[in-house]
Design a protein around this ligand. Structure first.
Ligand code: GLN
Length: 278
């Protein structure tokens, strides 16, 4: 039997994935690299020397059912780190990196020493921040024990566990102490929005927040003034059309609020800071 060449296999897989994915070629490359146990750059450089492993087609079949690439490979890159992900956690999005950019914009050459990540999920925001600021320490809170196990595993693998603590909890409830940087990517999709595609495989609890998508912001906003250190900031992810509604909730708590856009130009991150001392 003639072994199927990598180039051919990638072409066939790309064509098959077109109906289910906006990035069929990339998906095919990532899945083949995963099947071979190498990274995508290696795959592209060494194409001619490699043969297609038998498991590759099964991975394509999974993708054809709409299963996200990150859940099939178990890995997703975020900011400068690589995270393990499972269906217990939201898959980190590039849009969410806007929160880290906002924090860098706020702190400049300074370090936010105490960091809090509310709704940490895979640990993406906390661990990205800890890798950004080697002098920082932080706490990641989640209501899902399964998510906390994923986050702890990521902290261990990244060597960040000595500076990261994880805690089962309901947003900021029961937390005391002040934090320089608070990172929050809560669920914010309105209940009646019909989602399609990859997102259907992600945990509902990480996505939906009541009738208008505002339920969790309403709970979080009153907790922030007691948790934010003087000179600190909270970076809060919002939906592209929520700037006005969510800003009002945080402004009502006496916080100053500005907005930062993501790379697509959508309002994505609220920056909430304590009022300057009078
Ligand atoms: N931005 C995500 C999406 O639209 C939602 C993430 C969230 O609710 N925090 O799929």
């Amino acid at each position: 039997m003639v072994k199927e060449g990598v180039a051919n296999a990638l072409r066939t897989a790309t064509t098959r994935l077109m109906p289910v994915s906006g990035t069929p070629r990339l998906d095919a490359e990532l899945l083949l690299a995963h099947a071979l146990g190498i990274d995508r750059n290696d795959l592209l450089m060494r194409q001619r020397d490699l043969t297609v492993p038998p498991g590759f087609v099964a991975l394509i079949e999974r993708r054809l059912t709409g299963e996200p690439i990150a859940y099939i490979t178990g890995i997703r890159d975020f900011w400068t780190i690589s995270l393990h992900v499972t269906p217990d956690v939201l898959i980190p999005r590039p849009d969410t990196e806007t929160l880290i950019e906002a924090a860098i914009g706020h702190f400049g050459a300074k370090t936010p020493v105490r960091i809090l990540d509310l709704g940490t999920g895979s640990g993406a925001l906390l661990l990205a921040a800890l890798s950004q600021w080697p002098q920082a320490r932080g706490v990641g809170v989640d209501i899902s024990p399964a998510a906390l196990a994923v986050a702890q595993g990521n902290a261990d693998r990244l060597g960040l566990a000595p500076r990261a603590a994880f805690r089962l909890g309901d947003w900021g409830e029961g937390l005391d102490g002040l934090f320089d940087l608070i990172l929050i990517n809560p669920p914010y999709i309105a209940r009646e929005v019909a989602l399609a595609g990859d997102v259907l495989h992600e945990p509902d609890g990480a996505l939906f927040a009541g009738k208008e998508g505002l339920d969790d912001y309403r709970r979080i906003a009153p907790m922030l003034p007691c948790l934010l250190a003087p000179g600190g900031m909270a970076a809060i992810e919002i939906g592209y059309d929520q700037r006005v509604s969510v800003s009002a909730l945080f402004a009502d708590q006496g916080l100053s609020v500005t907005v930062r856009r993501d790379l697509a130009g959508h309002d994505r991150c609220l920056i909430a800071t304590p009022p300057p001392p009078v």
